[in-house]
Design a protein around this ligand. Structure first.
Ligand SMILES: [Mg+2]
Ligand SMILES: [Zn+2]
Length: 190
């Protein structure tokens, strides 16, 4: 059974920007993001990304530019010894009412289909926004809110609406907690 961690991008892997991230020069990964992704892989987790990129639909940057940013992200993950198996993005403006934009679960369910998983019940969605958590819950995932990016402004809301959601300092903290839990679990079984 594949174990999947689905990451939001902006505010989780890299600094968010209210002005959108329109080029690879404007894309600034957090210092521990790729080592955290590598640690997930080493612990047997498949890592994927599901990101809303309405800046494409708004005409702020092209699909080609986004592809360059994402190739650079995968390359950085590889250099750290990790792997991002799949990156899905929603290019649509919110008013289009598409199936893929979070808080809808569309991208997460697409990952489930593409990775041939019977359910996402053992999988995690990690994001810095309420809509990431809502998408994760709708898809049947475990969920974690990180305090980086926009995360801090959603802590109270997430705590009351989704008490099972982990609140983590950042992606690195999430990974430590997830893998730490696994090790504890393994020890208790032996
Ligand atoms: Mg985000
Ligand atoms: Zn969409």
């Amino acid at each position: 059974m594949k174990k999947l961690v689905i990451l939001d991008r902006d505010g989780v892997i890299n600094e968010d920007s209210d002005a959108y991230i329109k080029s690879v020069e404007e894309w600034h990964p957090y210092p521990t993001a790729f080592s955290a992704i590598a640690r997930l892989g080493a612990a047997g987790w498949t890592v994927a990304v599901a990101t809303n990129q309405s800046g494409v639909g708004r005409g702020y940057y092209s699909e080609d530019t986004l592809a360059v940013i994402h190739e650079s992200m995968r390359e950085r993950a590889r250099l750290a010894g990790g792997e991002i198996a799949r990156i899905l993005h929603c290019p649509h403006r919110p008013e289009v009412g598409c199936e893929c934009r979070k808080p809808g679960p569309g991208m997460l369910l697409q990952l489930q289909r593409e990775l041939d998983m019977p359910s996402l019940g053992e999988s995690w969605m990690v994001g810095d926004s309420l809509r990431d958590i809502q998408a994760g819950i709708a898809a049947g995932c475990h969920t974690a809110l990180v305090e980086t990016g926009k995360g801090q402004r959603y802590i109270d809301q997430v705590r009351s609406a989704f008490p099972s959601t982990w609140i983590c300092r950042d992606l690195d903290d999430f990974v430590t907690r997830l893998i730490g839990d696994q090790i504890t679990g393994d020890q208790s079984q032996s």
